[in-house]
Ligand binder design. Structure first.
Ligand code: FAD
Length: 340
């Protein structure tokens, strides 16, 4: 049995774990490590400190399936719809461009439930607060080092964190990359933005009728969602999510999020005067938000070394959404099938 480590419990990592389990069954022992305290990555769902409020999606908001992807990823969409992880979006989204061949879905239990579904299906050992700092080749294995100072050995490793974080790893990864692979990874670019989640008391009812709104005439705020309404969550206080514009994200990237939060709130109150007082607010800085420039020709993954196997995967190798991560996980699976 091969011991496989997947670094990152985001959508790509959870899909890799699930597909490897389904296709390779007992020939692999799968472990997933993530540096965060919860699974989800950029599909994270934030829970308020007070359980009387609904949760809020700080990163990804919808799953938008083109007709082509709805067909090619049909079995995954059916699985998610029949298990209630996905349901069709039916609220009013102001400013959303009409796309004839696209169907939008939401996650009634929050975006992280999508990732948790695949992790649970995979039966993988999930270890949170496991921050990988370096990878060292030791004969036919990888010795993987953690921030806490200890290390563990695996037969194969899949890295699913954003590309700049892969390039920051210590050890042998940098040396294993060919010149052209390094050039391709160096060219990958991400947008940056801030997200705010506001959690309100149960008696609050929003005075506007939209579920979400794209804002075009404000330099700070790009998107606002009545997150609980988007997901038909009717018990508990409502939640509101705000995404800043990419330009604002870039301009304030090196500032502390506690200093940026009041600027976003000030603009929010201009856009929504009379907004009630929230019980709590969470601010998230997405340094690596969505991929602007992906690896050329969107190959799905990059094999850094055949033996011991080391693969880099994630949305940067296709494009930044649900179907991009599915494509990346499928192409990673094909490497494992050929290798094992
Ligand atoms: C604001 C925003 C809005 C978006 N909107 C949409 C949308 O509406 N629809 C859509 O489909 N997509 C959307 N996306 C894109 C989507 O969220 C991503 O494409 C997808 O979540 C990427 O998943 P991933 O697993 O490849 O990477 P990630 O989700 O980034 O997962 C990587 C994981 O690796 C972990 N990690 C990083 N470094 C280490 C380390 N050294 N050791 C251990 N763990 C590590 C991280 O904690 C993270 O959990 C949005 C993203 C953002 C940020």
């Amino acid at each position: 049995m091969s011991r496989v480590l997947i670094v990152g419990a985001g959508l790509t990592g959870s899909l890799c774990a699930c597909l490897l389990r389904r296709e390779l069954q007992s020939s692999v022992h799968i472990t997933v490590w993530d540096k965060a305290r919860g699974a989800g990555g950029r599909m994270s769902t934030s829970r308020p400190p007070d359980s009387v409020c609904q949760s809020a999606d700080l990163g990804a908001q919808y799953i938008s399936a083109t007709a082509a992807y709805a067909q090619s990823h049909h079995s995954l969409y059916s699985e998610l719809l029949s298990s209630g992880v996905l349901c069709p979006l039916d609220g009013l989204i102001e400013g959303l461009q009409q796309r004839d061949d696209v169907r939008d879905y939401v996650t009634p239990r929050g975006m992280s439930s999508l990732v948790k579904h695949f992790l649970s299906e995979s039966g993988a050992d999930l270890l949170l607060e496991h921050h990988v700092t370096g990878l060292y080749r030791r004969g036919a294995s990888w010795e993987v080092h953690r921030k806490q100072g200890d290390s563990e050995t695996f037969d194969a490793v899949v890295l699913t964190m954003p590309v700049p974080q892969i390039l920051q790893l210590q050890g042998d990864v940098g040396e294993m990359l060919s010149v052209s692979q390094r050039e391709q990874l160096d060219r990958v670019e991400y947008s940056s933005r801030f997200a705010l989640a506001l959690f309100f008391p149960p008696d609050v009812v929003f005075s506007f009728d939209w579920t979400a709104r794209y804002v075009s005439d404000n330099s700070v705020i790009r998107y606002i969602a009545a997150d609980s309404r988007k997901r038909h969550a009717d018990s508990g206080g409502p939640s509101l999510v705000v995404h800043t514009s990419v330009q604002f994200g870039v301009d304030h990237l090196e500032q502390d999020k506690d200093d940026v939060q009041p600027i976003i709130l000030q603009e929010l109150h201009k856009l929504l005067p009379g907004l009630p007082q929230p019980i709590s607010i969470k601010c998230q800085k997405w340094r690596y938000s969505q991929v602007i420039t992906c690896v050329p020709d969107a190959p799905g993954h990059m094999t850094v070394l055949d033996r011991p196997l080391l693969v880099a995967a994630g949305d940067a190798f296709v494009h930044s959404n649900f179907d991009g991560c599915v494509e990346s996980a499928l192409s990673t699976l094909s490497v494992f099938k050929a290798s094992l």
